[in-house]
Design a protein around this ligand. Structure first.
Ligand code: SAM
Length: 238
């Protein structure tokens, strides 16, 4: 499902996505504030290893990592434009920073490291169902025993098909993303229409459980935008 066209919008015009997030149309402010809070709860501050899949320019995760410092951060993305910006946003992190231009599924399936936190923001919905299952399987393999998989993404309602999900999301975009110039808004709508394949929460939970990540917590939800935390065993409520 991931083809050069899937990520073309991020390669060609990273600035459009940056504009959307600047206006907070996808709730980045609220979502990442909470992510900072939960990362600060980890007992391994300064020592944990974080893999960020589909990192983009890391603009919103970078400030969280300044408050909850990892020893290693590795960001993976197919967009060179985004990675170039990420270098700037992550420049002040004290730990080691690696940025890799690579397909995220290939990256997680081939990593030989054990990761304490695997983070992915608004990227997994581009994968086909079998690729999502492979993603969870690979995460289950390389996540540390007390590791967290933090997944921020759009999620369909239970029993909602893709078509009605898209109707709702495109309506939401056209009604609320009013400060985006019309031609750019339509470009964003076409991208969502052609490349977004979100799953229902129960499907994600099932795939995670199959991969040994038996605990799922809903950390936050703003309209279709969910933050989920998967782990091997049940955590205290975060
Ligand atoms: C919507 S942006 C999200 C950026 C950031 N994680 C956030 O939360 O704002 C999605 C990013 O995932 C990247 N991406 C999508 N599919 C990918 C794939 N298969 N491999 C690597 N990167 C991918 C895109 O290039 C883009 O930078």
């Amino acid at each position: 499902m991931t083809s050069p066209e899937t990520t073309a919008i991020f390669t060609r015009s990273w600035s459009l996505y940056d504009l959307l997030t600047e206006y907070n149309y996808m709730f980045h402010r609220e979502i990442y504030r909470k992510i900072e809070d939960i990362l600060k709860l980890r007992g391994d501050q300064g020592h944990y290893r974080l893999l960020d899949l589909g990192c983009g320019n890391a603009r919103y995760l970078a400030p969280c990592l300044k408050q909850a410092v990892p020893v290693i951060y590795e960001g993976v993305d197919l967009s060179e434009a985004a990675l170039t910006e990420a270098r700037g946003y992550l420049a002040e992190l004290p730990g080691q920073v690696f940025l890799t231009r690579r397909d995220l599924l290939e990256a997680i399936e081939s990593t030989e490291k054990t990761w304490d936190v695997i983070f992915t923001g608004f990227a997994i919905h581009h994968l086909a169902p079998d690729e999502k299952a492979r993603f969870f399987h690979a995460a289950g393999r390389c996540l540390a025993e007390n590791g967290w998989l933090i997944l921020v993404d759009v999620v369909r309602e239970e029993n909602q098909d893709r078509e009605s999900y898209l109707d709702g999301y495109l309506k939401f975009m056209r009604e609320t993303w009013t400060k985006v110039p019309k031609d750019q808004l339509e470009e964003a709508c076409a991208h969502v229409h052609d490349h977004d394949y979100p799953e229902c929460l129960s499907t994600l939970r099932g795939m995670a459980s199959e991969a040994g990540l038996h605990s799922t917590q809903l950390i936050s939800r703003y309209a279709q935008h969910h933050t989920l935390l998967f782990s091997r065993s049940t955590l205290e409520k975060i």
